[in-house]
Design a protein around this ligand. Structure first.
Ligand SMILES: Nc1ncnc2c1ncn2[C@@H]1O[C@H](COP(=O)(O)OP(=O)(O)OP(=O)(O)O)[C@@H](O)[C@H]1O
Length: 261
């Protein structure tokens, strides 16, 4: 399924949070949305999973505007892992993951054998099987984030919208989760702050600055030292990864201000 944003704009209380954004994510492509804090990344995602109505432009799935689709139909195609996925109720891990099947169910039907296998596979893939009966509120931040990832995977969406899906994960789980993402062959739009991981996992990157798309293209086209300086305001050295050649950033800390100055 293809996701297309055309002239997407969001204005709230006179502030233009997103301006005339054009972006297409082709079927099976992983596109990373990057940019500094407050540049509008989550606002764009919120429009796609319909938590926010854009004030201009159109969002289309396979050429059909989502604004006219029944919410349940959108929920069957689009799964979102957001910054505010916190579960209020103290579900167990197994129960919360099974909730991913809700858009496919009617009434209180029990999970089918296939659906139970799907949940068990997702728990295994994200190393959660041993936590199946634990309450969500007793988990660490990283464990909870892996549960939410398992929930969106069992939803079997065609399009995945992910807002910083790895920000609570340790390095091994970050690499594991993003490797799993590449293996899903889903259409993915993902916000990532770690530009090195974004360069490794994404087919293309789109850079937002103050609500505008300022650059998009392959990681090698986008991640240049001048772009990082202009958009993020830091000096960095960019080298090709020894395996595969994707750009990787080497940071330098600024000199500390001498004491007494
Ligand atoms: N409902 C709202 N009313 C007013 N301003 C808002 C609202 N929602 C978001 N904003 C502002 O819009 C800007 C973009 O917010 P957004 O959350 O999209 O940024 P972001 O790029 O995802 O940032 P971060 O990297 O910090 O998560 C921010 O300045 C934010 O304060």
């Amino acid at each position: 399924m293809e996701l297309e944003l055309s002239a997407l704009s969001v204005t709230i209380d006179g502030a233009e949070l997103v301006r005339e954004l054009d972006l297409t994510v082709a079927t099976g492509e992983v596109v990373g949305l990057i940019g500094p804090n407050g540049s509008g990344k989550s606002t764009v995602l919120r429009c796609i999973y319909r938590a926010l109505a854009p004030t201009g432009g159109v969002i289309m799935i396979d050429g059909r505007p989502i604004a006219g689709m029944p919410p349940r139909a959108t929920a069957r195609s689009v799964a979102a892992l957001t910054q505010d996925n916190g579960a209020d109720l103290d579900f167990t891990v197994a129960e919360l993951i099974a909730l991913g099947r809700a858009p496919h169910q009617s009434g209180n039907r029990a999970l089918s054998d296939r659906e139970r296998r799907l949940c068990a596979d997702a728990m295994e893939r994200l190393e959660l099987t041993h936590l199946a009966d634990r309450g969500i509120h007793s988990l660490s931040g990283g464990e909870r984030q892996r549960v939410q990832l398992a929930r969106v995977l069992v939803q079997e969406p065609r399009i995945l919208i992910l807002d910083e899906p790895t920000n609570h994960l340790d390095l091994r789980h970050q690499v594991g989760a993003l490797s799993a993402l590449r293996g899903t062959r889903l259409t993915v739009l993902v916000v990532l702050h770690d530009l090195n991981l974004a360069a490794l996992v994404c087919d293309r990157l789109a850079v937002l600055q103050a609500g505008r798309l300022v650059r998009h293209g392959s990681p090698a086209e986008v991640l240049t030292e001048s772009l990082v300086q202009d958009v993020f305001g830091i000096e960095t050295v960019i080298i090709p990864h020894p395996a595969g050649g994707r750009p990787q950033l080497l940071h330098t800390l600024s000199d500390p201000v001498p004491k007494g100055s």
